[in-house]
Each structure stands twice: as structure tokens, then as C-alpha cells.
Design a protein around this ligand. Structure first.
Ligand code: URA
Length: 247
């Protein structure tokens, strides 16, 4: 993905449930909106094509069924510029989820998350700590490719987040690895800054969240980021081993 403006972006999604923009507030996302709009001549804050589906998936407990229901999604404008919905993939019983930002070109073309260059780095990092894709589930904050790989806009994140919430409710991960600023700020705290907070663990409702770099950011600055990224993967392995041994 083209992430040059993405990594340090702000989001004000406090938690999975704190999504609404307070009434009367002009914009909670001025930086995101300005930069994204500059980058991709698409209007800031596109209207939803359908109402947000906060509770639509409440009764669905099967991941395949959820996928079948989400694939035709048209809840925001991203779907009109994408080939299709990239639902996510991996082992739903693994207990570990990785959450990125949104599909890039290769992901859009293949329908699979993290299969481009950033994905290849993620695969290598997983192998380094003795895991493979079959040991984790990989998903994204938004499931359709933003045009020109721009940062997803807040209404697009809002429209898509119920899908991720439903995935997490079904998968019930013990550990979630947040790849980059958007997923960290959306799922933990808008004040997170990846450069400052990477490597930190956060506990939310019994789930352990690790903030780390987005692999695309690592690829852009290997000299400064690779060592820390691999260190974070080691930390994941240690945390997982502790959880498994009940320590
Ligand atoms: N970057 C992401 O955030 N997600 C993908 O699936 C691919 C690249």
C-alpha cells in the first residue's frame, strides 16, 4: 500500500464501540481528511450508501456464514472502486489475530489479505518466530481497497468496523497484533503513536493487544524499523508461549 501519510495518522475511534462523531462537531479527523483528500481527489467524508450495520451480524456465529454475508457489502463507497471485499483469512481457532489497515492492489486482485510485499515480510516475520499463516488469522480495518491506496476515511472505517467486530467476536482471539497506526488508534486509543508506542501491550476485555509497525512502514525504512519489528514479533512469541503454558 502507499502508506507515506498513513502511519502517523490520527483517528478518534476510542474503542470498538466509541465510533460516533459527537453532534455539532465539524470534523474529528481534520488531518486524515485533509491529507487523504489531497492525496486522492475523492471527497472527504463520503456519504454511506447504506446505514451502518452495527448489530447486523449479532446472531451469526459461523465465520463462513459471516463471510458469505459480508462479501456483497456496499456499506461505503470503497466497494465501488474495488474488485471485491477482502474478508481475511487464516485459522479462526488459532487465538492470534493480525490486523492491518486495508487491502492494497495485490490483495484486491487476489481477494487475500497481506499477499503483496508487505505480506511477504509478514510471512517472513511469522516464520522467524515459528509461526505460519495457518497459526494466525489476518484481517484489516477496512475490507475494500481505498482508491490510490489512500488512507481509509473515518466514515469508511465506521462502516466497515462492524465486520471486524463480528470476526473478533467469532474468532475470540487471545492476542491481537495491531499493524500500524490505523488499527492501533482504532482499536486501542486515538492517542497512540506507533513510533512511541510500538512494542507496548494493552489489555482490553481480557484480550492482549500488541502495537507494532505496519510491515509496509518497515519496508520503507528497514534500517531503522526492522530490528524493532522483529523484536515485537519475539515479544508476541513470548506472550503466546506464556498464555499457552498458563503462566
Ligand atoms: N496492507 C494492509 O494494511 N493490509 C493488507 O492486506 C495489505 C497491505
Amino acid at each position: 500500500m502507499s502508506d507515506s501519510i498513513k502511519i502517523e495518522q490520527r483517528s478518534l475511534f476510542d474503542s470498538l464501540d466509541g465510533l460516533r462523531v459527537p453532534k455539532g462537531q465539524a470534523s474529528l479527523f481534520p488531518i486524515v481528511e485533509e491529507q487523504a483528500a489531497d492525496k486522492a481527489a475523492s471527497p472527504a467524508g463520503p456519504p454511506l450508501l447504506e446505514p451502518s450495520r452495527e448489530n447486523e451480524w449479532a446472531g451469526i456465529d459461523d465465520l463462513d456464514e459471516l463471510k458469505r454475508r459480508i462479501l456483497p457489502c456496499r456499506a461505503c463507497v470503497l466497494r465501488s472502486g474495488a474488485k471485491g471485499v477482502v474478508f481475511g483469512e487464516g485459522n479462526p481457532r488459532a487465538g492470534i489475530m493480525f490486523i492491518g489497515e486495508g487491502p492494497g492492489q495485490t490483495e484486491d486482485e487476489t481477494g487475500r489479505p497481506f499477499v503483496g510485499r508487505a505480506g511477504q515480510l509478514l510471512d517472513r516475520a511469522l516464520r522467524f518466530i515459528g509461526f505460519s499463516r495457518e497459526d494466525v488469522f489476518i484481517a484489516n480495518i477496512v475490507k475494500c481497497r481505498p482508491p490510490n491506496n489512500r488512507l481509509p476515511l473515518p466514515p469508511e472505517v465506521e462502516a466497515c468496523l462492524p465486520h471486524l467486530k463480528a470476526q473478533m467476536r467469532i474468532i475470540k482471539p487471545r492476542v491481537v497484533v495491531l499493524l500500524g497506526a490505523l488499527s492501533s488508534q482504532t482499536l486501542i486509543n486515538p492517542a497512540i503513536r506507533v513510533t512511541k508506542d510500538r512494542g507496548k501491550w494493552f489489555t482490553r476485555e481480557g484480550v492482549e493487544y500488541l502495537v507494532t509497525y505496519h510491515p509496509a512502514a518497515v519496508l520503507r525504512d528497514e534500517a531503522n524499523k526492522m530490528k524493532d519489528f522483529i523484536g515485537d514479533m519475539r515479544s508476541l512469541r513470548e506472550k503466546w508461549d506464556k498464555i499457552q503454558s498458563g503462566r
